[in-house]
Write a protein that binds this ligand. Structure first.
Ligand SMILES: [Ca+2]
Ligand SMILES: [Ca+2]
Ligand SMILES: [Ca+2]
Ligand SMILES: [Ca+2]
Length: 293
């Protein structure tokens, strides 16, 4: 979710832009595409304020300056820093465009080697920025990193991550939203920050070690922050952050922002398919003595 920058942060977007990264594994040597579902602001899915007058600029970057591990500014966490590091490979502005309403637009093809190579991940890094350059409405959209221009065909071993995720909660009571941050070696605790949660339910942190820790949520137009300790048993696995809606009166179109960092300030990557599967709490094994006969 990204709002036009003339919007109000109380609608759930703290900074009116969003940065996402794609990591393409080195062994993938074909071209690829970045597909955007409902890139326009208008018609289906989007959130009107007054009349639809929002334009969003999407920009794709490759080359040096993209990799957030080498260029801290690239993360897009702090306003005013140059989060546009890298070479501009493609860009397009969308206003209200019925042609792309509730449909896909495709950027590309791109060559993997046009990315910023990261040795640790053995991957080429790309970045896409969506900015609400005018207007005040909310733009809901979805990215798909694809092998194909016309269909969503995933690239094996690729992933996407962000340092600050702005999204809309479900518009029903039952559905639970999840993110699955991966806990790498060396993590002692994580810092969860959330913005404009509108006191909508609760955040539950589940792992194979945690049965469910409640994290504080924010209300209207402010950040809440908490520290969650990480146990050695959780290193090398994914956490499950569950976003449960408040029951009773439905909080509609609840747009929120969430960030998760480790104790060094490095963001944890959110995987759409958690590594090692969705974590399941393992209750301690009860060792029973054999019954005396
Ligand atoms: Ca739309
Ligand atoms: Ca408007
Ligand atoms: Ca949209
Ligand atoms: Ca909100």
């Amino acid at each position: 979710m990204t709002f036009g920058h003339e919007g109000e942060t109380s609608w759930g977007d703290d900074d009116f832009y969003q940065v996402w990264f794609f990591a393409i594994p080195r062994d993938y040597t074909q071209q690829f595409y970045i597909r955007i579902f409902d890139p326009d602001t208008g018609g289906e899915n989007d959130e009107i304020q007054g009349e639809f007058n929002t334009r969003c600029l999407y920009s794709v970057y490759g080359g040096q300056g993209v990799d957030p591990e080498k260029n801290d500014d690239s993360k897009g966490l702090l306003n005013g820093l140059n989060y546009k590091g890298g070479n501009l490979l493609a860009s397009r502005v969308f206003g209200g465009e019925p042609r792309y309403d509730n449909k896909y637009f495709t950027f590309g093809p791109f060559n993997p080697t046009a990315g910023d190579f990261n040795n640790k991940w053995n991957s080429y890094m790309f970045k896409i920025v969506c900015e609400g350059v005018s207007g005040d409405d909310g733009n809901l959209y979805r990215y798909f990193l694809s092998r194909d221009a016309e269909n969503n065909i995933p690239i094996e071993g690729a992933n996407a991550f962000t340092y600050e995720y702005t999204f809309r909660m479900w518009n029903d009571f039952k559905s639970v939203a999840h993110i699955y941050p991966y806990v790498d070696t060396g993590v002692i605790y994580i810092r969860l920050r959330n913005f404009d949660w509108d006191s909508d339910g609760h955040i539950l942190v589940v792992s194979r070690y945690k049965q469910g820790i409640d994290a504080p949520i924010s209300g209207e137009d402010f950040w809440a922050e908490s520290r969650i300790p990480i146990e050695p048993e959780e290193v090398g696995s994914s956490l499950d952050f569950q976003f449960h809606k408040r029951q009773g009166e439905l909080v509609k179109n609840n747009n929120v922002v969430v960030t998760v960092e480790n104790q060094r300030g490095d963001a944890l990557k959110f995987f759409s398919s958690p590594i090692g599967g969705v974590p399941v709490y393992q209750s301690s094994i009860v060792i029973r003595k054999a019954k005396p006969k």
